[in-house]
Design a protein around this ligand. Structure first.
Ligand code: NAD
Length: 437
């Protein structure tokens, strides 16, 4: 981790807390609730000692944060990235707290991360590191306390190693300790597509309410990984015109829209979107131009979907964003400093804590299946996901309509009210001061 990523992480966390304070104050949320959300409940930082293939030993800094557990065990992914920092992990854990509350899951928020470049390790080194993470956190995590999952640069295989290590340490079968596992180790059908599917449901609900015709609606998606690919595929399947997509190497644009499946096949084969070609009949007719990620964010489209990194829309470029709707599929793609500016310009922002909540929702289903010992079909997972996402969107939309809030403020208010109920059930200052008189 560089000094600047540590600073950036602390800024991200300060920004996340400031947003809770601002929205909480505007909506008249009890100060006790906001105060509790200013700091994580517990954070464990450890140094992982890992034997490298050449016999040497390396040390990796790792974090696990349990932000708030008023509504249930903490839940949140583990990220492997060179820029991971304590501040970033805490910000992500705070967002998980809000997200679980918005979709009414019986979970609090958590997050984990290891500072490393996973691409620089061999498979065996990655396995040793993942097991070392669990050894360091074995008394911190657990099916009833804190349940990790995959995040950026971690996947089902890594979750499988982690669950296996946990069970070896505890000498029990405990598949519910981690979600996002391989199917054969208790993973859930539909987990991989869940974030994209949840985002698609939310975007489509909003578009329907606004009377938008999918065939006349253009979409640009930044980030063509798990979340970005699935949301683009589902939107296109429903008739939306996905006119731009990008990955870390750059983007492509075509006014007529793309065939997402063939772009994905090409990306898998070539590992980039440059020079992409399509082999379907429709696509052969389509010309496209190469664009930068910066240009993609500034395209004149109806819906912009940032699905890659945090902080891509801030004071430097917010004024240049021309989309009427921004659906935050990535965590934290819009800096809190520009919330008001976008709102004043009439841009509707579907916030991350609602839009990308499909992933944690299906993680919850996986946890339920593990505890019940009874796997669900893909159809059941998809139906239950709709049953969670649509009411969550509608309840947020109702607050927007009835209380004149932005979607972000409404999602936060919904979450804060739910967390307030959890705190109030245990007793607040008002309760104790009135009963002691
Ligand atoms: P991923 O690793 O599968 O994909 C990330 C994509 O972003 C890749 O296509 C990568 O090339 C691209 N990318 C990286 N740097 C970029 C850059 N500078 N500009 C444009 N694109 C860039 O990750 P993912 O699981 O799809 O996660 C993407 C975002 O969604 C993250 O912010 C993550 O926290 C969030 N998210 C994911 C899930 C999930 O279940 N996958 C759930 C909630 C939130």
């Amino acid at each position: 981790m560089t000094e600047s990523s540590a600073g950036q992480g602390m800024r991200l966390f300060a920004d996340a807390v400031a947003r809770v304070e601002r929205i909480g104050e505007q909506a008249g949320v009890d100060g006790e609730v906001v105060d509790q959300l200013r700091r994580p409940r517990a954070t464990l930082t450890s140094s992982l000692e890992v034997r490298m293939d050449d016999g040497s030993t390396r040390y990796f800094t790792a974090h696990r944060c349990q932000y708030n557990s008023v509504l249930g065990p903490t839940k949140g992914g583990i990220r492997y990235h060179p820029e991971v920092s304590l501040g970033e992990v805490q910000a992500l854990a705070l967002w998980m707290t809000m997200k679980c509350a918005v979709v009414d899951l019986p979970f609090g928020g958590g997050k984990g991360g290891v500072e490393l470049d996973p691409k620089s390790l061999s498979h065996l080194e990655l396995e040793r590191l993942s097991r070392a993470y669990v050894r360091a956190n074995a008394d911190f995590i657990g099916p009833d306390t804190d349940i990790p999952a995959p995040d950026v640069y971690t996947n089902a295989r890594i979750m499988g190693w982690m669950a296996d290590e946990y069970e070896a340490i505890k000498r029990v079968r405990a598949p519910g300790v981690i979600t996002g596992k391989p199917l054969s180790m208790g993973g859930s059908e539909g987990r991989e597509e869940a974030t994209g599917r949840g985002a698609f449901i939310v975007i489509n609900e909003l578009a329907n309410l606004r009377g938008m015709d999918p065939r006349q609606t253009t979409v640009a998606v930044q980030g063509f990984g798990n979340a970005g690919y699935h949301v683009a595929l589902l939107l296109q399947g429903c008739g939306y015109r996905v006119v731009a997509v990008s990955d870390s190497k750059g983007g492509i644009f075509s006014g007529d829209g793309f065939d997402i499946e063939s772009i994905y096949r090409h990306k898998l084969a070539e590992k980039k979107l440059e020079g992409v070609y399509c082999d379907g009949a429709l696509c052969e007719l389509i010309d496209f131009e190469q664009i930068s990620n910066e240009e993609l964010l500034e395209l004149d489209v109806d819906i912009l979907v940032p699905a890659a990194l945090a902080g891509v829309i801030d004071t430097h470029n917010a004024a240049k964003v021309r989309a009427g709707i921004i659906a935050e599929v990535a965590n934290g793609p819009i800096s809190g400093e520009v919330d008001a500016e976008l709102h004043e310009r009439g841009v509707i922002v579907l916030p991350d804590v609602l839009t990308n909540a499909g992933g944690v929702t299906v993680s919850y289903f996986e946890w339920l299946q593990n505890r019940g010992g009874y796997p669900w079909s893909l159809e059941k997972v998809r139906a239950r996901l709709r049953d969670k996402m649509i009411p969550a969107f509608r309840s947020v939309h109702e607050l927007v309509e009835n209380e004149g809030m932005t979607y972000r403020a409404a999602a936060y208010v919904k979450a804060l009210r739910r967390i307030s109920e959890g705190i109030a059930a245990r007793g607040t200052r008002d309760y104790f001061s009135s009963t002691s008189e």
